[in-house]
Design a protein around this ligand. Structure first.
Ligand code: MOS
Length: 744
């Protein structure tokens, strides 16, 4: 759509910013219904086994304790495994909280203490004692690798790699070869807001559940199914979400337990996870990639062989697209990939910001840098030399790929051409300076989404869809979209999100929300605008100049030019004249909306080029990232301010991936042992350098109705590799494990 941008594309500040910084924005654990009980979860300290006895007498004597809910006394919940399937569709047997006495992973909830105060619940939770029968277990990834397999059923997003040519033969014949095992440590999402639920029993017996989730309708469907309720008996609300990064894609156990306890006691219940308990559910899987690259002496890639393994739980088969990205992104006549999962006795690994690509792109881009050096080529020149203008894995054209522009503009801004090729050659006193780069690629997805637009007598435009704003700026960009489509000042638009009763919207994730919810809001506003003018044109009371094809709606006023000069009509007057108190329209945006068949025959990706400067102190063994620049090609940018924040946030996270973040397993008990911010290190302010984000111009009519690709995840892809590659350039040493730690 050719949008003449008054609002879309403007660097508008967040419309929910004031509510957030003044505490008016209420999060899941901030609902405080009368008579609310506090629930504290008791977690299993063993990884595998069976509960023999639960000793809760002492806990029950703590003043204020109302109940200790366990698998023995909980109310009825659905029996069948499939009733606990959530929207993510991970095959296997979903974990069912408090289902029976069997323990599947360390940290599994075994009881919930419910009390009048949080302090009482916490005190009582500490004195619940459980006897277990202990079974053998393994969460050592190296051991799990021996049991790797490809599940017969996988998630719908998994695309088996399509081989081309004869990669093994071409590798054998290649003049230049590199081969190695690359590794990424598991990471936990650690959003600022911990997972929490406040479940309320309404007078009519229905539930209103305030939950920290990325998908209120997915949680509604899950709760209804798992608790054998009808969907209209459960309303899930999440108007504000303090970050999630994928930890809120699946229903977390607190939402099930809080709602179950509320049902049991017929009282409101709040269950909040502690920071330590945030390490008892979703995490980014540990991964290894065996990469072999072959090239001819002139730097032309001849062969790519990528074999990857990520971990999953013993009960579910979580798969990640880690091996495909290089096969898609690079021109190389012979390429093959293989992927398997390795089972461990942990909770199921899960999606975390750019799942698959954050792992696969970063590890592969480290290998590409090695190959460039093996060919004595500048890493940027090497990538340009092997650039693919199509999706090389599927031999499909792309809707757009402005990666060349991103590389060129990024290199220019960074000053890449002043770099000297030789590692260790750019010193500043004691410090070694390194410049590295990498490219990123991520899906540009679109999901069918509905939205409603409503014009009220107060002259305000109300937008509603069941999207979640997890801190990404969704409220703001949807208001901008509505303002643009309807012809309304931004400050006369209200956006309502995060409620399962609103028009259908997929779970927030995959960077598809801006494209999808944006398109739905766009259509709903155009529809409402047509409807309003139509009603007026047909009304006997309306002025005769109001006609669909000539009248303009701009700045929230209908106007036109007549023989007698300009005429106008306010929106409240327009509604009255048309005989309405309010008028609304609901529309659904679907792929293929614009009737272009090509949409289905083209692949769609977001791209980026990342440049990094590090300073390494060889005596102190420290690395400082001093400059990061991300040049992103992501189609239309709805709001450069919120978009740049998304990229910056992802670059901070990627800095953690490169240098800090690692969930360490204590293999004696198979528990992640550094489950706190003292020992799980995330980058702090002092670790964050000058960061630049630039968006290259990328016009794409086909990728989605508004030409939007999404920017929530692309900033992770390639950034960790650029840091690792810069460390090589500084030191001459290759590191193939992330994070790169002192002494590695
Ligand atoms: Mo994202 S890992 O799809 O929330």
């Amino acid at each position: 759509m050719n949008v003449i941008s008054t609002h879309i594309g403007q660097p508008v500040s967040r419309i929910d910013g004031v509510a957030k910084v003044t505490g008016q924005a209420k999060y899941a654990a901030e609902a405080h219904p009368p008579g609310m009980l506090y629930g504290v979860v008791v977690n299993s300290p063993i990884a595998r086994g069976r509960i023999e006895t639960i000793h809760d007498a002492e806990a029950r004597q703590v003043p204020g304790v109302i109940e200790v809910m366990t698998h023995l006394n909980r109310p009825h919940a659905a029996l069948f495994e499939k009733s606990y399937m959530d929207g993510l569709g991970v095959p296997g047997v979903p974990y069912r909280p408090l289902h029976d006495g069997e323990i599947h992973f360390n940290g599994q909830p075994v009881a919930v203490v419910l009390a009048e105060t949080f302090e009482a619940a916490r005190e009582a939770a500490m004195v619940v004692r459980v006897d277990y029968e202990r079974w053998p277990h393994n969460a050592d990834f190296e051991v799990a690798l021996h049991q790797k397999y490809m599940p017969s059923k996988t998630r719908s997003n998994y695309v088996p790699p399509k081989p081309r040519g004869d990669a093994a033969a071409a590798y054998a014949l290649s003049a230049v070869k590199i081969e190695g095992r690359y590794h990424l440590a598991p990471e936990h999402h650690n959003p600022m807001e911990m997972h929490a639920t406040t479940a309320i029993v309404e007078d009519d017996g229905t539930f209103t559940v305030w939950d920290k989730t990325q998908g209120p309708q997915a949680v509604q469907a899950y709760l209804a199914s798992a608790l054998s309720l009808s969907k209209d008996q459960v309303r899930v609300r999440n108007p504000y979400v303090g970050g999630a990064f994928g930890s809120g894609l699946r229903a977390v156990y607190n939402v099930f337990l809080a709602t179950l306890a509320a049902e049991m006691l017929k009282r409101a219940v709040r269950v909040t996870l502690t920071r330590s308990q945030m390490f008892t559910h979703a995490f980014r899987p540990e991964a290894v990639m065996d990469i072999a690259l072959g090239a001819s002496r002139d730097g032309t890639l001849q062969s790519m062989i990528v074999k990857g393994v990520t971990d999953t739980s013993r009960f579910e088969h979580n798969i990640e697209n880690i091996v495909i990205w290089g096969l898609i992104n690079y021109k190389c006549p012979n390429a093959t990939a293989d992927y398997k999962v390795a089972p461990r006795d942990t909770y199921t690994s899960s999606d975390m910001r750019a799942p698959g690509a954050a792992t696969g792109v970063n590890l592969l881009e480290m290998a590409i840098d090695e190959m460039a050096y093996a060919c004595s080529m500048d890493p940027l020149a090497f990538r340009l030399h092997n650039y693919s203008d199509i999706d090389a894995m599927h031999d499909m054209p792309l809707t757009s790929k402005a990666l060349r522009d991103a590389m060129a503009q990024g290199a220019q801004h960074f000053g890449w051409h002043d770099r000297s090729m030789m590692p260790g050659s750019m010193r500043d006193g004691r410090e070694l300076i390194g410049w590295g780069m990498a490219t990123g690629i991520w899906d540009a997805m679109f999901s069918p989404t509905s939205a409603r637009a409503r014009l009220g007598q107060d002259g305000r435009l109300h937008i509603a869809t069941a999207a979640s704003d997890i801190g990404t700026g969704t409220y703001t960009i949807l208001a901008q979209t509505a303002a643009e489509a309807f012809g309304m000042p931004l400050d006369r638009i209200d956006v309502e999100l995060g409620d399962s009763t609103l028009p259908e919207c997929p779970t927030e994730g995959g960077s598809w929300t801006a494209a999808s919810a944006g398109a739905a809001v766009w259509l709903a506003c155009l529809s409402l605008r047509r409807k309003l003018i139509d009603m007026l044109a047909r009304s006997e009371n309306a002025p005769p100049w109001v006609k669909q094809d000539t009248v303009t709606l701009e700045g929230g006023i209908l106007h036109d030019m007549t023989e007698n000069g300009p005429v106008s009509l306010s929106l409240p007057d327009a509604l009255s004249l048309a005989g309405y108190d309010a008028l609304e329209a609901e529309e659904t945006a679907k792929p293929g909306l614009r009737g272009k068949i090509s949409q289905m025959r083209k692949a769609r990706f977001t791209h980026s080029a990342v440049f990094c400067e590090v300073r390494v102190d060889p005596e102190l063994d420290t690395v400082r990232v001093t400059r990061l620049l991300n040049a992103v090609a992501a189609g239309r940018i709805m709001n450069p301010k919120t978009a740049a924040s998304q990229i910056r946030g992802a670059m901070v996270m990627a800095t953690g991936m490169a240098l800090h973040e690692e969930s360490l397993m204590d293999e004696r008990v198979d528990r992640f042992m550094n489950h706190n911010f003292a020992e799980y290190h995330i980058p702090a302010h002092a670790d964050i350098p000058d960061m630049d984000v630039l968006f290259v111009n990328e016009h794409d009519d086909e990728v989605s109705p508004l030409g939007v690709k999404g920017i929530g995840e692309i900033g992770m892809c390639g950034t960790a590799a650029a840091i690792a590659n810069a460390i090589f350039h500084a030191t001459g040493r290759r590191y193939r494990n992330l994070p790169i730690m002192p002494g590695a």
